[in-house]
Every structure is written in C-alpha cells, then in structure tokens.
Design a protein around this ligand. Structure first.
Ligand code: C2E
Ligand code: CA
Ligand code: CA
Ligand code: CA
Length: 279
C-alpha cells in the first residue's frame, strides 16, 4: 500500500509538472501571439427558430499555436485574464470582428449581426466604450449590428457600476446579451434593471431536451419569463432536431448549435450562406 501511495504521488507530481510546463509555454506564447498574428476568429451561426435563417454570428476566438496547433479558448482565455493580456487581445477581437463584417458587407454577403464575448477584465476596463465606438467608426459599422455578450457574474459583481456602464454601451447603440444564462447568480427581475436585449440559455439546460424533465421545465420557465419581460432568447448548444422543435414550440426565437453549424473560419461563410439561400 505504501508503494502504491508513492507511485500515485509520483504520478501526480509528473502530471503537475507537465501542467506547469504547458502553462508556462502557453503564457510565453500568449505574449507574442498578437504581434505574430496567431489569433483568428471563427463564427458560429445563430438562426431564427422558425425559418433557420441566419440572424447573427457569434465570434469565437482561436489561437493557432506554432507547436500546439489550434488551441481552444477554454485553455487560454483564463490565462489571458490572469495576466491582463485579455485587454489587448479583446481589443483586437472587437476591431477584427468589425473589419470582417465590413468586408462581408463589401462582398454583398448578408450578415445581420455579430455577437462578441466580453471577459470580466474587459468589462472593468476604463475605455471599453471608446474601444467599441472606435472599432465601429473605423470599420463604418452601425452600432446596432454589434451585440456584446457578458455573464451574469460580470454584471452582478458590482450592479450599480454595471448599470451605468451598460447604460453607456446602450447609448452607443450596441445590443447587450447575457451569456450562459441560468448558471450564474441572478434573477430575471433583477436583470430587468439592466438595459439588456438578449438572454442565452446555457447549453447545460438544452442537453437532453425534450426528454429531460428538469431541463424542459427550466427552459420553459426561462422562456415564459423572458417573454413577459421582453428579452429575446437564444438557446445554445442545440444539436438535434428534437431539441430545436421543442424550443421553437415553446417560443424560443433564436437557436445556435452544431445542428446548424460548427463555428466556421471566415472563408467558409460564403458556402454556408449559399447552401441556405433559396434558389
Ligand atoms: P461560450 O461563449 O459559451 O461559447 C459557446 C461555446 O460552445 C463555443 O466553444 C462553441 O464552439 C461551443 N458550442 C457551440 N455549439 C455547440 C453545440 O451544439 N454543442 C457543444 N457541445 N458545443 C457547442 P468555444 O469556441 O470553444 O469557446 C469556449 C468559450 O471561450 C466561450 O464560451 C467563451 O466563454 C470563451 N471565448 C471564446 N471566444 C472568446 C473571445 O473572443 N473573448 C472572450 N472573452 N471569451 C471568448
Ligand atoms: Ca458566448
Ligand atoms: Ca455561452
Ligand atoms: Ca459557455
């Protein structure tokens, strides 16, 4: 038993070491990734539940690491937050997204709106308003075509400051959305004090619909309340026709998930739109 314990310890030590090395490797790389142009944006369609028509694209960041290949944001966003690098990276995401939208406009591709994820550090940052306004002006994009996604915890951390920041963003004309709705600590009546447009029901509540009774009850309750408070609702992580049909029947207007498309590199968007447009 003693030997086994020792082996377990050595196993964990090696494991921890590998993790620490990877972290260091990622952190060092992250500092240079922007200047080396290793970031790219992918875009996941959000479609109308009734028609499956494209309503928006969610902008999802990817890092093409020279040795590790395509690194998921789940792995590097927390690190970017800890190191503060999320600020210049987040700034690049907003600017690049606006430039991309302007390019699609030039090509005559119809993309109504982009939804961009904000991190907590960006949300606290002085100058977020100027950053967003600058990116819009530079690309010549109307503010109403941008939606900013943030989590409940970001706005609930300091509600009175959030009310004024969100008010300023709203005054610019951008749309505001709560991401991963239902996983954080807030209530719809509280959220109503913020100038929000959209709630995104977290994927964990969409899983197993319509068979999963608990999730069905939660999804229906969110939809019923959101309707009364006039929020629009996006269901995230829709993977099956049965989920889509259930959500549509319960009044969810917008759907996002692998059923419609995975996140796409910009170059694959024309094909996606072509395949959907009525001939
Ligand atoms: P999120 O904002 O909740 O984004 C949705 C995630 O769910 C994406 O993962 C997307 O690829 C994935 N997804 C979409 N449809 C389905 C589906 O049908 N089934 C399943 N299983 N997954 C689906 P991704 O791209 O790996 O992003 C993970 C998270 O990283 C995002 O979660 C977001 O919190 C963060 N993130 C991504 N891009 C950015 C960014 O530019 N800035 C910031 N601050 N965070 C970002
Ligand atoms: Ca999101
Ligand atoms: Ca989400
Ligand atoms: Ca999520």
């Amino acid at each position: 038993a003693k030997e086994a314990g020792k082996n377990t310890y050595q196993f964990f030590a090696a494991e921890m070491n590998a993790q620490a090395i990877e972290r260091l490797q990622l952190e060092r790389g992250l500092r240079q990734a922007l200047e080396r142009g290793e970031f790219e944006l992918h875009f996941q369609p959000i479609v109308a539940a009734a028609t499956y028509r494209l309503e928006a694209l969610e902008v999802l960041l990817r890092w093409r690491h020279p040795e590790l290949g395509l690194v998921s944001p789940v792995r590097f966003i927390p690190l970017a937050e800890e190191t503060g690098l999320i600020r210049p990276i987040g700034d690049w995401v907003i600017r690049q997204a606006c430039r991309q939208l302007a390019e699609w406009d030039c090509l005559g591709l119809h993309v109504p709106r982009l939804a961009i994820n904000l991190s907590a550090r960006q949300f606290e940052q002085q100058g977020l308003i100027m950053q967003v306004a600058g990116a819009l002006a530079e690309a010549g994009i109307a503010a109403g075509r941008l939606e900013l996604e943030m989590t409940e915890s970001m706005v609930m951390q300091n509600p009175s400051e959030a009310v004024s920041l969100l008010g300023e963003l709203k005054a610019l004309g951008v749309r505001l959305s709560i991401d991963d709705f239902g996983t954080g600590y807030s209530s719809l009546s509280y959220l109503k004090r913020f100038p929000l447009d959209t709630l995104k029901i977290d994927r964990s509540f969409i899983e197993g619909l319509p068979g999963d009774g608990d999730n069905a009850a939660i999804a229906e309750a969110i939809l019923a309340m959101a309707r009364k408070l006039s929020f629009s609702v996006v269901a995230e992580g829709v993977e099956t026709e049965a989920q889509a049909a259930f959500l549509c029947a319960k009044g969810c207007q917008l759907l996002q998930g692998y059923l419609f498309s995975r996140p796409l590199p910009a170059a694959e968007l024309p094909a996606f739109l072509q395949q959907r447009s009525p001939q």
